[in-house]
Ligand binder design. Structure first.
Ligand code: SAH
Length: 341
């Protein structure tokens, strides 16, 4: 990238050089102390390793009728869906290596404007350069997702600025480079069932729905939930993969037990600890990406969960930005209170 600095929420921070600088320093931690408490107390007596069969790709098991199911609980609303759209039919069809072929293909196949497509292409090159956007599937997903539709109209001009933007209710659409980095770290494949906590604008899940048919997302702010539902509804004619995004209004701290386990979990609100219910719902071999840290300063952590034959759970953590802090909207409970201490 042109300069070696990235602006995060007003703070200028140094960015590590080079494509691999962000990924080589992996730190493996056998979780003791606090974590052992819930690993042995919560995870193991739960459904791991043998209890529940892990069926990530069986649409029958996951089928819900269309429409709204209001029966979940008093405070929860779920959107219904089925896996009618197979995103695998989209794999590999969008040119991602050459700007003119990309623009030409997108103009012929979407209703997007050349101005937005060129701005998106430029951002993608920037993030490929910094190492934040890696892997064919992730690059294609980024290039196919119209960020201009997920920002507020007042911010349309800034849709391709490398910054977060307000989306109302105190929430934000995350900086596009952080979205790229978190998606790259999540390493999603078509076989993975993915859960996002913090639907917000819907942009992150829209990206994920280009990679897997099985995307789940939870939002706690009621009007935002409905607005994003309506947006996906409007966009799904042009982007049929959005019909695979299964949405819930509720508190994401408790995950989504009904569809657990999840192969991938991405948390887009900040917290100072790993929520035990989410770790429990993470499948063995699964990856969670979460902004972890005290209020005001978080580090994006990749958490890998392994379970050995004896049922012992190991969590390995890696700070994906190597000590560079970011700032996210707080993870809150239904009373609006932050989960961080
Ligand atoms: N992924 C979003 C980012 C939104 S900002 C995007 O791409 O636009 C973080 C979001 O997390 C906010 O919308 C906030 O309301 C939501 N959030 C905070 N606490 C939550 C909780 N307990 N459960 C679900 N969502 C929560």
């Amino acid at each position: 990238m042109a300069d070696a600095q990235i602006q995060y929420h007003g703070n200028i921070v140094d960015y590590p050089e080079g494509r691999h600088a962000v990924s080589v320093k992996s730190v493996s931690i056998f979780i003791a102390g606090l974590f052992a408490g819930f690993v042995f107390g919560v995870v193991i007596p739960g459904n791991l390793p043998g209890g529940r069969e892990h069926v990530a790709t069986d649409p029958g098991r996951l089928y819900q009728p269309h429409g709204f199911d209001r029966g979940a609980s008093r405070n929860e609303v779920e959107s219904g869906h089925s896996y009618e759209y197979d995103v695998l039919t989209q794999y590999g069809i969008t040119p991602i290596d050459d700007e003119e072929s990309y623009i030409e293909w997108m103009l012929a196949n979407t209703g997007e404007t050349e101005e937005h497509l060129r701005a998106r292409w430029e951002l993608s090159r920037l993030f490929i350069g910094t190492g934040e956007l890696q892997g064919e599937r992730t690059i294609a997903a980024f290039l196919r997702t119209p960020r201009e539709d997920f920002v507020r109209e007042a911010n349309l001009e800034r849709a391709y600025d490398d910054t977060w933007l307000p989306i109302g209710y105190g929430a934000t659409i995350t900086d596009p480079d952080v979205v790229a980095m978190m998606t790259t770290t999540l390493d999603v494949g078509p076989e993975h069932k993915v859960l996002e906590i913090g639907t917000g604008s819907g942009y992150q899940s829209a990206i994920l729905s280009n990679i897997s048919n099985m995307v789940y997302t939870i939002e706690i702010i009621e009007p935002l939930y409905y607005e994003t539902n309506a947006l996906y509804g409007r966009l799904s004619a042009a982007y049929p993969n959005y019909t695979n995004i299964n949405r819930k209004l509720g508190d994401g701290y408790y995950g989504w037990e009904k569809y657990a386990p999840f192969d991938r979990i991405i948390v887009t609100c900040s917290i100072d600890h790993l929520p035990p219910p989410l770790l429990k719902q993470l499948a063995p071999g699964g990856i969670m990406v979460v902004p972890l840290g005290p209020p005001g300063r978080q580090y994006i952590m990749e958490v890998k969960k392994d379970v050995d034959e004896a049922g012992n759970v190991t969590l390995k953590r890696r700070d994906v930005y190597n000590g560079l802090s970011v700032k996210f909207i707080p993870f809150r409970d239904e009373a609006g209170k932050s989960y961080s201490h």
